[in-house]
Design a protein around this ligand. Structure first.
Ligand code: CA
Length: 220
């Protein structure tokens, strides 16, 4: 879906730069976020191969970032970085959906090894492939196929499709879809400019939306 890359969320700039540089040497593309909100926005806008997440962040906790991520069924592997060597934080992190954690201070080599382990485990993760007609969605590999051929989707399209496939035969409320797609950012981002413009047009011309196509043809 996107170029394989890692989101590094760490507000200590020196540590962030050291980790990012090691990851780049390891041939990863790295996006760095320095607070909880920009991490959330990055995770909504991109599909990352993995997330490296510090827990103590300006503007919110890494735990909140994890909750939002897992709340929209995003299985991006997450390795939590914590300065707080406390059992409670680790349990919170794992409960919130972290795949593993590493305690500061750590050796960069250890972080890279744990990241590789998390990625290996995630590719072996058992997640059922979903089918509807000739469409298949493999959540573990984030691969969508139609009649056996791969389909390229944007991140938002993929999340919408996955949410609908998981609830086949049931009514899916718009609010639920917004939650799945946008998480906590739903109120601001729920409606793109274009959709919003289309809706405004329809509200201005209610008859246009309800027009009978047969009558349209007859008046042409
Ligand atoms: Ca921190």
């Amino acid at each position: 879906m996107a170029q394989p890359s890692i989101l590094l969320v760490e507000d200590d700039r020196m540590l962030s730069e050291a980790v990012a540089s090691a990851l780049r040497q390891d041939a990863w593309h790295v996006d760095a976020a320095y607070d909880a909100r920009s991490a959330q926005i990055a995770l909504v806008d991109h599909a990352y191969a993995a997330l490296l997440l510090d827990l103590g962040l300006p503007g919110g906790s890494g735990i909140d970032v994890l909750h939002a991520l897992r709340g929209r069924y995003d299985a991006t592997p997450a390795l939590v970085i914590t300065a707080r060597d406390q059992l409670r934080d680790r349990i919170h992190g794992l409960d919130a959906g972290a795949d593993d954690y590493i305690v500061k201070p750590f050796q960069i080599d250890e972080l890279l090894a744990r990241l590789r382990a998390v990625l290996r485990r995630s590719t072996g993760r058992v997640a059922p492939v979903l089918h509807y007609g000739n469409i298949s969605v493999d959540p573990a590999r984030r691969v969508v196929t139609r009649a056996g051929k791969p389909v390229r989707l944007s991140v938002h399209e993929y999340r919408t499709l996955l949410a609908l496939m998981e609830r086949q035969g049931r009514v899916v409320a718009r609010a639920h879809l917004e939650d799945v797609i946008y998480g906590d950012l739903a109120p601001q981002r729920a409606m793109g400019d274009q959709q919003s413009h289309q809706l405004q047009q329809e509200q201005r011309q209610p008859s246009a939306a309800l027009r009978d196509p047969a009558r349209d043809r007859s008046t042409r």
